[in-house]
Design a binder for this molecule. Structure first.
Ligand code: NDP
Length: 339
């Protein structure tokens, strides 16, 4: 049995792993079989992560996260969690291979998944002109006219990036003001290849086996019109990935995992949550990373309060469990002296 399993390999998961590994907890991080690295793997330049004044590519940043976690003894498993049983003292996590892994503490850092428009043609034409990832698929639209739907930072980032390939990028937004940050808005407004289509929703995506256009609905007049594009990038936000935990972990009204105050403690002892899966508001790489730190410290604190007999050495680790990241637990249960 392990001391700690971390589910998720974005900034929250890897930061939790760095702290847990430095605390000699020999964490196992389950990184997913196909989407390891989280959302930053689909990003290009990250300009706002502190410590990289010139910016850093998203995948490169995630490589750094992983290398740092592994340096201190994190084991990374590339598999998908298929079910969990978190109710008992020993937490059970089953992965795609069929193996059930056990731990005394679990940190859930499953992030969020791309939101869909919810129209029939979206699924049918997914991979045939409909995409959620400009960095993955932008190349296929060289010299083409395409559309991005959404009004947040993701939509601005995708649209701006896609102008490297496309001859024209329409940004279709359901309102007449953007949610995106000022700097991202300004960059998109200044780009001559980007044209905004305001107050419009997408009623239908046209095409039998590949996208040939989209039907727009004017939200003020109800008028329909067709925009001839060969690609549609959906960038309308994300929903927290909580499906594995229904019936076990409490959710908030926003659909994120519920945690106690500023802590990472869920309703189940020994289960902690961090990153976008608990955050309906800020959802930045740096806030996710910070939240991973909180979860690791909370888990470390929790493990330190368990009876000695439960604290068998972690697999392959003969060292005893102790809150070893320079911190100690005081008589009243406070964790002090953490770096
Ligand atoms: P957001 O939730 O910020 O924005 C989603 C956008 O999609 C909104 O404009 C929303 O419209 C629109 N939308 C939502 N649902 C629908 C729908 N069904 N049909 C049409 N439009 C819809 O999500 P983002 O992914 O843009 O950003 C998420 C977080 O990640 C934010 O905190 C953002 O700052 C951050 N981020 C930061 C980046 C950076 O700093 N480099 C890059 C990308 C993301 P409405 O405005 O009407 O609600």
């Amino acid at each position: 049995m392990r001391q700690i399993i971390i589910i998720g390999s974005g900034p929250a998961g890897y930061t939790a792993a760095i702290y847990a590994a430095r605390a000699n907890l020999a964490p196992l991080l389950i990184a997913s079989s196909v989407e390891a690295g989280g959302e930053l793997m689909n990003t290009t330049e990250v300009e706002n992560y502190p410590g990289f004044p010139e910016g850093v590519q998203g995948p490169e940043l995630m490589e750094h996260f992983q290398a740092q976690a592994e340096r201190f003894g994190t084991e990374v498993l590339y598999d998908d969690v298929t079910s969990v049983d978190l109710s008992g003292e020993v937490k059970k996590v089953t992965v795609g291979s069929g193996e059930t892994l056990e731990a005394l503490a679990v940190i859930v850092a499953t992030g969020s998944a791309y939101r869909k428009l919810g129209i029939e043609s979206e699924d049918r034409l997914s991979g045939h002109g409909v995409s959620w990832c400009a960095t993955c698929d932008g190349f296929f639209f060289r010299g083409k006219e395409i559309a991005v739907v959404g009004g947040g930072d993701s939509a601005m980032e995708e649209a701006t990036f896609l102008t490297r390939f496309a001859s024209k990028v329409y940004v279709v937004h359901r309102k007449d003001t953007l949610r995106a940050s000022k700097i991202m808005q300004d960059r998109a407004f200044a780009n001559e290849k980007i044209e905004f289509v305001w107050n419009a929703t997408i009623d239908e995506i046209l095409g039998a086996d590949k996208v040939t256009g989209v039907v727009l609905n004017d939200t003020r007049t109800g008028e329909k019109r067709t925009l001839d594009v060969t690609g549609l990038f959906v960038a309308i936000g994300n929903d927290p990935r909580v499906h594995l935990f229904h019936g076990q972990l409490d959710l908030t009204e926003e659909g994120t995992l519920a945690v106690e105050g500023r802590s990472s403690r869920t309703n189940l002892p020994g289960v902690f949550a961090a990153g976008d899966v608990i955050d309906p508001t800020y959802r930045q790489a740096i806030t996710a990373a910070a939240s991973g730190t909180v979860a690791a410290l909370d888990a470390e604190h929790f493990l330190a309060t368990l009876p000695e007999e439960l604290l068998a050495p972690a697999d392959g680790d003969s060292s005893p469990t102790s809150p070893a990241s320079g911190s100690t637990v005081t008589a009243d249960g406070q964790l002090v002296g953490a770096p």
